[in-house]
Design a protein around this ligand. Sequence first.
Ligand SMILES: Cc1ncc(COP(=O)(O)O)c(C=O)c1O
Length: 410
Amino acid sequence: MVCRLLGRALRKAANAADVVGRGQRTITAADTSCCSHQHSRCMSSTASSSRSVNLKSDTVTEPTPEMRQAMLTAQVGDDVYGEDPSVDKLQKTAAKMFGMEKALFVPSGTMGNLISLMVHCWERGAEVLLGDRCHILLFEQGGLSQVAGVHPREVKTFADGRLDLDDLRSKVREDDIHYPVTSLICLENTHNMFGGRVLRPDAIAEISSVAKSLHLPLHVDGARIFNAAAALDVPVSELLVGIDSVSVCLSKGLAAPVGSVIGGSEKFIHRATRVRKLLGGGLRQAGVLAAPGLIALEVMSKRLHEDHILAKRLSEGCHAMKELGLDSSPETTETNIVIFSLDKAVCGYSAAELVDALGEEDPSVADESGKRFLLFAISDTQVRAVTHYQLTLADIEAFLARLRRTLSRR
Ligand SMILES: Cc1ncc(COP(=O)(O)O)c(C=O)c1O
């Protein structure tokens, strides 16, 4: 029933979605055809709660009923001794999907990145080249310096998430006792702060060949790399060709309650296991977390395109409110993150003020658009909205109606 309604709503939106930019995919009947009982929305335990729609992040997703059942019945053992069969299965499955020798379950994406950096920068005095808007640099408390003793060096990042290779080459250190030793290059795919932009295989091949010529390993913060794979309709392993290590979050759009998986060579994972223990990330009966993680990889990764359809619609809806001082870029909305910008002189709101206004219920209307809509202000003029499996097209339409009404009132 829910799926039939979703299908109807999507078809309605397809008719309404008259602003479809170059290279964009129009919503088609094929997108709406469901459903096996595995359909994500059929599995949703709680859609957005009755009076709020949570667009803050895909980290707000709750485990599906199938995940909860798997947690209940998971076979477990002491994973610090490598004796948890559920963790073992998750790691083997992940390594196969990544096309890498080995994988390791870790508690979070932040720890996954930190462990990876510490393994690549095994010797003191190391420096990492990383994008100037990347998550490792901006939102991980400077863990690479604070914990790992590694020096960060920023590289200019283009709006599509690619590093500027000329800038990168110019930042590689000469062998000089005054300098740290350039030891690693980091990428982010998809790129969070650039609105979920996807790094494509050709761009990855280009930087990989530069890294090889410089004899530097390449790490990818792939917190949302399954979104990139879904957007390109390729296996995730295709985005890891020429990459030395990756950290992938299970607890974002893939909806597992906890955890990330890092992948790399056997030698890399051997060292990573040591570092994980050092950081307090060695977990005992972790199978209760690995079991939903396996569903995240095998089931939830296959439905991410549904989130991308919702994000595209949201972005189109924002773009259509230009005259109200709002804008967004549907042609660059490739995955599940939408960043829309505000012109306060026109709309009367800073990003924080708009987020506050939308975060309150609107008692003047009885319909869905009167709910609380939760979002994230990422600067004075930019708001981030993220779609995920617990949202429906009806939620997005209600959000757009509320946005239009709020902006029209000022
Ligand atoms: C791109 C990116 N990398 C890493 C992380 C860190 O993941 P975690 O919250 O699991 O530590 C996030 C979290 O939002 C992220 O967006």
